[in-house]
Design a protein around this ligand. Structure first.
Ligand code: AMP
Length: 585
């Protein structure tokens, strides 16, 4: 299969006006893809060469890629730089320069060799790696047509940015290989338990929907975490659970998913990044206390005061987020593990078993010790019991409680925010003081003291139905100077020259960003707004929901991907609840 076919599909995807058109374009591409190439083609459509959790990223520095472009196009580096300034993107610059050189009459690049070369570029390390990366990319560009060069460069620098979400790729795969988009939930589950679109693609191409349904969790492939709904009254929680549920301490730490394959331990963050190196002490605890040799378990890592043994706030885990000095961080800020779920043990996928069974298996699997414990839990039947347990949890240093269904259908719903888990947090008790996790999509230039930095940030929620990021608010308070400097530095690489495709906004900020950074904000109330687009038209025609008086809490939610941000449905529910409360008052 020629890379040209992909380049043309990319171009159509860039020009596509809506999601249906994108699905159709991808479906066409998948139809033309031989089965043995479907996995690489799927990764390439994501702008990747491997699933995220594998930790092989392309992301060649732009400076190095520019040298490859100069070399391949026979232009000076100054000319490449000038073209980059004019077009605003190195891919377009390469396309332009190659076009001037006169297009190759026989572009014959194959998808397989492009994929292999990109992989070699990504994995080159050690002495001479830079030179290898540059010459590898130059080799590809030299044989590319101008259009192919555009996408080769963007892929190699990690900036393909087609605006194609994973959900769109799943839809297209379902259409071509599973008999239609009605099968999308089966594919979605497979993706949620494997986190590998390439694997889902290969599986569905081989055995259709049946094979995909049979896919099981496996140690090594992170499972997308099950998430909780939120509710702010004990009575409503028990009504939802028909009079009985388990309430568990909701620890204020970092969620980890531990995978064990015999002697090997891997720890994944909530965003499925490998964070094994941050917690050697947690691994030691599990080496001593985890019985099954092959297992996937979930736990909250919590910082523990070395003197008093009390639980410490989440912020203290920040000392683990660095390459060096982990030894010292381990001494000064030791951690404990509170296990709360078991997804796999010794060859058995437990995700389809009800929660009480998983919890019983977890209790069997763990030899408890001082720092390796099970999440404290209690079965409750009345709002009074739940409230008393909640207060105990808060007294013991927790954020609140997680209420979990114990019904026969209380399976582990990977990647889903369903009603089998409901969180009941401290701040929800005061009306309209919910924290939201929102994605930065734009910024306004700062003035006065903030000159040269961002003045305010435009924030979005996530809308899974449309795979879009509609705006909710503009926040300028709660930032220290250090926050502002950090935010500036972290957002700079994600600046976009125009509104990124998945961002849904009626406001035009000074700067746009690709949705990446998630911040926690607190606000006074949700109101109808003609400017913000979240839940647009749901409450009233030509109005969306906006958060009034937002303030940054100081918490960067690096554990959340943009798609994990507060959703428009959650906003909608909060809005309706507040309305109902106001009516009562
Ligand atoms: P939130 O981050 O506010 O959406 O709350 C969900 C998070 O609570 C999970 O991702 C876990 O990190 C954390 N958590 C703490 N204790 C528990 C528990 N017992 N069961 C499930 N999640 C818990």
């Amino acid at each position: 299969m020629r890379y040209r076919v992909m380049a043309e599909a990319y171009q159509q995807l860039e020009e596509a006006s809506g999601r249906l058109k994108m699905i159709a374009t991808l479906a066409e591409l998948f139809r033309h893809t031989p089965p043995d190439l479907l996995t690489p083609v799927t990764y390439l459509c994501q702008g990747k060469i491997a699933p995220d959790f594998a930790g092989v990223e392309i992301g060649l520095a732009e400076k190095l890629a520019a040298r490859a472009v100069a070399d391949a196009a026979g232009a000076t580096e100054d000319r490449v730089a000038a073209s980059l300034r004019r077009t605003g993107d190195l891919g377009s610059a390469a396309e332009h320069l190659l076009g001037r050189r006169g297009a190759d009459g026989h572009p014959a690049l194959g998808v397989r060799e492009v994929f292999e070369e990109l992989r070699a570029i990504a994995t080159a390390s050690g002495k001479g790696a830079q030179a290898h990366k540059i010459s590898g990319l130059a080799r590809l560009i030299r044989r590319a047509s101008p259009l192919e060069a555009r996408y080769l460069v963007r892929t190699a620098t990690g900036k393909l940015r087609l605006g194609v979400g994973d959900a769109t790729i799943l839809d297209a795969l379902a259409e071509v290989h599973a008999g239609g988009r009605a099968q999308r939930p089966a594919l979605e589950r497979a993706y949620n338990i494997s986190s590998d679109l390439g694997l889902v693609a290969a599986t569905v191409a081989r055995g259709g929907a049946t094979a995909v349904e049979r896919l099981e969790v496996r140690p090594g492939n992170p499972v997308r975490p099950m998430l909780a709904q939120r509710v702010s009254s004990a009575g409503e929680i028990l009504r939802r659970f028909k009079g009985a549920c388990v309430a568990e301490y909701k620890y204020d730490g970092e969620r980890v998913q531990v995978h064990r394959r015999d002697e090997e331990f891997l720890i994944f963050s909530r965003r499925l990044e490998r964070i094994t190196d941050q917690y050697p002490d947690a691994i030691k605890l599990l080496e001593e206390g985890l019985r099954p040799k092959r297992a996937i378990l979930e736990a909250e890592v919590v910082a523990i005061d070395p003197e008093s043994g009390d639980l410490r706030p989440f912020q203290e885990l920040m000392h683990r987020r660095r390459k060096y000095g982990i030894e010292e961080a381990m001494r000064r800020y030791p951690v404990g593990l509170f296990a709360f779920d078991l997804l796999y043990a010794e060859g058995h996928d437990l995700t389809r078993r009800p929660y009480p069974e998983r919890r019983a298996a977890l209790a069997e699997a763990i030899k408890r010790s001082d720092h390796l414990r099970m999440a404290t839990q209690e079965t409750v039947h009345t709002p009074e019991e739940l409230q008393a347990f909640f207060e105990q949890a808060v007294t013991d240093g927790c954020e609140g409680v997680m209420c979990k269904s114990v019904a026969p259908d209380s399976v582990y719903q990977a990647g889903t925010r369903g009603w089998l888990w409901i969180k009941y947090k401290r701040e929800y008790q005061t009306a309209l003081q919910d924290t939201l996790d929102l994605v930065v999509v734009g910024a306004l230039h700062g003035r006065g003291k903030r000159r040269g930095k961002y003045g305010a940030l435009l924030l979005s929620a996530y809308d899974p139905a449309n795979d879009a990021f509609p705006t909710v608010t503009k926040v300028g308070t709660g930032f220290t100077d250090a926050h502002l400097a950090e935010i500036f530095e972290r957002l700079a690489p994600y600046q976009a020259s125009h509104r990124p495709r998945r961002v849904d906004s009626r406001m035009e900020p000074d700067i746009w960003f690709e949705p990446t950074l998630v911040l926690e904000v607190i606000g006074a109330e949700l109101t109808l707004s003609p400017i913000h687009t979240a839940a647009w038209g749901r409450a009233q025609e030509n109005a969306g929901l906006a958060l009034r008086f937002p303030r940054f809490t100081g918490r960067f939610r690096d554990d959340k991907a943009p798609e994990d941000a507060t959703t428009v449905d959650e906003l909608w529910q909060m809005f309706q609840r507040a309305r109902a409360r106001n009516r009562k008052a």
